[in-house]
Design a protein around this ligand. Sequence first.
Ligand SMILES: O=P(O)(O)O[C@H]1O[C@H](CO)[C@@H](O)[C@H]1O
Ligand SMILES: O=c1cc[nH]c(=O)[nH]1
Length: 246
Amino acid sequence: MTGTPHIAAAPGEFAPLVLMPGDPRRARRIAETFLADARLVTDVRGVLGYTGTHRGEPMSVLASGMGIPSVSIYATELFRHYGVRRIVRVGTAGAIPLTVSVRDVVIASAAHTDSSISRVLVDGVTLSLTPSYGLLRLAADAAGHQDGGAGHQGRGAVHIGPVFTSDHFYLDRPALFDALERRGTLATEMEAAGLYAVAAAEGGEALAVLTASDHVRTGEALSAEERETCFDRAVRIAAAALLGDV
Ligand SMILES: O=P(O)(O)O[C@H]1O[C@H](CO)[C@@H](O)[C@H]1O
Ligand SMILES: O=c1cc[nH]c(=O)[nH]1
């Protein structure tokens, strides 16, 4: 077998730097618009992965699918079997406080979770799930972030703070979001905590750069077309972080 149970690429076909959206079609769009000379290296289960170059450096994109179990499989196999060093998730999220607007970018400096992933890896310990500090600093720099406030990169603000990684997309618990908001949580999504847990276990670096596609409080939601264009700001920040020296 040249690949892994979930990735068909041969050894060496992934670059050490990987962008990771949830949606396979978004992976294809990133390959078409951000990578030069991109070629498909895996499509097992329709989860598309491409390798090309960005600003002259080898870079890959692989979809994660949805949820912690799925992202954990792909991140583990990339770090463990393909020599990947850095993975930056570029996903969508639901904004929680009104200070975060739809179309804003949220860089996840920590990931709270209702998943067992934070508790089952080290017996008796609830792990703090955090990104690589180096990638976080590089992303903050790329976003023009100033201490103590939201930065700007193109249209809309860029926020840095904790997110909530949930095992549940349909979570009808307003009180939970109230309690998370009081603790500074900026957005809800479904993969960052899993990616951070895998990176820590495998000795890799990881970060999540999210675009607020929905608002938990107002119910506002981006159109399919806007999701595509707004997403590009997050990919630019993520790619800059991937390329940076730590
Ligand atoms: O847009 P992606 O990266 O898939 O991220 C978000 O969208 C999906 C839910 O619709 C979940 O995967 C959530 O984390
Ligand atoms: O509200 C949202 C929006 C995107 N992704 C999520 O997981 N939740």
